[in-house]
Design a protein around this ligand. Structure first.
Ligand SMILES: *Cc1c(COP(=O)(O)O)cnc(C)c1O
Length: 395
């Protein structure tokens, strides 16, 4: 059994704060601060340029990728780290599209994160393809014989709705298309099984449920059947077969290494590597069970205590990720009042209060505190104050 008291104790959780925003930025693992300090003190400062070999900075994107592979049902040597998720979406989608040269349609849904759709639109324009966006419920029916790539985010960032990765991938394959999955709200939150679902490409970030810290590097996975066929469009020198030959001609590296672009963020990778230590001893089955337990308890509590709120997430836990949304016409002000009382969730336009449950560090105490404070704020209407209406740059 996974010891969730141990994992919770591995995080710095500020005094007086109930943190339910790990779906935007995971909490800081205590060991990450020391790891970064050690990297500065022993590696950068003393080793200087020799750190690339001596401290293993150069191979870190693959080594850290292997640690993430276990959490998403991928194999060793199949995941590489670097850049931000938006860049990884670009790389995976452009490579997938090029593997279906006789087809021109990219299909996604309106629940996808804007950056993924913006990137897809740009690729469609540059590569002469068409982006079709339908509602999440219409995706299955929209898969047809003209489809090149089905590009979906498994768990919807607003509602927490979880697509059936295996079923939709099978539908895409039946139509002769490839399936690209964004795991931004899945990795570290639910039991992802990329090989089990037979997916083609996957990408994700590490600053949400994987707790790598703000700006932590993203990951990309290619199914081994495509790893040597996928042609990178972003042909960076670190993805070259022999980066230090400085050849004039580009030759992609074998396998997933070709999805590296430029110099990796070594300091950020140190923090992420420390964050991944917390995952040792955590099974994905226990993680999923814990997540369902927390989200079910929260929904039951809110529906009992807060009649003004309307559930904006699937009621069936099997169709939900690790976050729950509730709607309120003055959602922004309610969330600001809640944050003022130490319960941190976030707000997504137009009216959604979002609460992410990070199974590694949230517990039943967080659930009951959040429900109690939310109920009080709605009862005494303390959210109805001018100071809670001002919008900050980052919501
Ligand atoms: C969080 C998130 C992003 C953010 O991309 P960055 O490049 O890391 O800023 C992109 N897509 C999805 C689906 C997300 O949830």
């Amino acid at each position: 059994m996974t010891d969730f008291a141990r994992t919770r104790a591995a995080f710095h959780l500020p005094q007086g704060v109930t943190y339910l925003d790990g779906n935007s930025l995971g909490a800081m693992p205590i060991a990450a601060a020391d790891r970064v300090a050690r990297m500065m003190r022993d590696e950068w400062s003393e080793m200087l340029i020799t750190g690339w070999n001596k401290a293993g900075w150069y191979v870190q994107p693959r080594k850290v990728g292997d640690r993430i592979a276990r959490l998403i049902g991928a194999g060793a040597g199949e995941v590489v780290m670097g850049d931000t998720l938006s860049i990884k979406v670009f790389q995976a989608l452009s490579a997938a599209l090029a593997l279906r040269p006789d087809r021109k349609v990219i299909l996604s849904d309106s629940g996808n994160f804007p950056s993924d759709l913006y990137v897809a639109e740009g690729i469609a324009r540059a590569m002469g393809a068409t982006l079709r966006v339908v509602s999440p419920e219409e995706v299955e029916a929209a898969i047809g014989p003209d489809l090149a790539v089905l590009m979906l985010t498994e768990v919807d960032y607003r509602t927490g709705r979880r697509h059936d990765m295996a079923a939709l991938t099978a539908r895409a394959h039946d139509a002769g298309a490839l399936a690209l999955w964004d795991l931004a709200h899945s990795a570290g939150a639910v039991d992802v099984d990329l090989h089990g679902a037979d997916a083609d490409f996957a990408v994700g970030c590490t600053y949400k449920y994987l707790n790598g810290g703000p700006g932590a590097p993203a990951f990309i996975w290619t199914h081994p059947r495509h790893a040597d066929a996928a042609q990178p469009v972003l042909q960076g020198w670190m993805g070259h077969a022999a980066p230090f030959a400085f050849d004039r001609d580009y030759r992609p590296a074998q396998g997933i290494e070709r999805m590296r672009v430029g110099t990796p963020p070594v300091i950020a990778m140190a923090a992420l590597d420390a964050a991944l230590d917390v995952w040792d001893g955590v099974t994905m089955t226990d993680l999923r069970a814990r997540s369902i337990q927390l989200t079910e308890a929260f929904i039951a509590g809110v529906e009992r205590e807060c009649p003004d709120l309307v559930l904006n997430s699937p009621r069936d836990p099997q169709r939900r990720g690790s976050q729950v949304g509730f709607r309120h016409p003055q959602g922004y002000a309610v969330m600001q009042a809640l944050i003022g009382q130490g319960v941190i969730g976030d707000f997504r336009a137009p009216d959604v209060l979002r609460f992410g449950f990070a199974p590694l560090y949230n517990d039943e105490g967080d659930v009951s505190r959040a429900v109690a404070v939310l109920a009080r704020i709605l009862r005494d209407k303390s959210w109805d104050d001018i100071k809670f209406r001002e919008k900050a740059a980052v919501t």
